[in-house]
Ligand binder design. Sequence first.
Ligand code: G1P
Length: 218
Amino acid sequence: MLEKKKYDLLDEVQKSAKLVDIHYIRQKEPNGLGHAIWCARKFIGQEPFAVLLGDDIISAEKPCLRQMIEKYERYNSSIIGVQHVTDEEVSRYGIVDGRWVEDALYQINHLVEKPKRGEAPSNLAIMGRYILNPGIFDILGNQNPGAGGEIQLTDAIATFNQTEAVYAYNFEGTRYDVGEKMGFIQTTIEFALQREELRSELLRYLTRVMEREAEHAG
Ligand code: G1P
């Protein structure tokens, strides 16, 4: 990039490389989210930590994790990021049954991973953002497989909640699901539209596509 004088690109790559130290560990078998988190226990030690699931992208004025850290600092308790979903969607998520505490914050009574429609305790769904106290590792180490035969983080949090209160926070922002094919396409378009250098060209392209499709349909 230096030789090709692509200084803008170089700057972008260097900026993110300097931001943090990156350690990684491979989950050697597909045993579920709870197991994946447990694999990282040695990096984390005895500190509270954040979990961000890569399938869930959140666009917000104040970053979602910042909003949650503020709640964590206030309550000193584990916090799960949630948003409302429709009745049709509950079976795709971990669902929270909570008692309203203050604006957008709930103290959790119970959590269920991917309940059937009609069996969900509410429409508050876990959106791939968590701040957890390290006590969760004691539970994850002994957690039995749950939904889908996998070790579920949601189940471990439900057990943890019996000894240490866990809260759910309905954060502000728009959540995109890049784990779904349509969600991936929509997210790409939405984020591209937010970028100055792409916006007008993309809009022209989308208009051309619409016109072409209308012609074919007519
Ligand atoms: C995971 C969690 C689930 C959560 C979801 C959010 O499920 O187990 O509780 O609601 O992420 O995206 P997955 O999407 O990995 O099946």
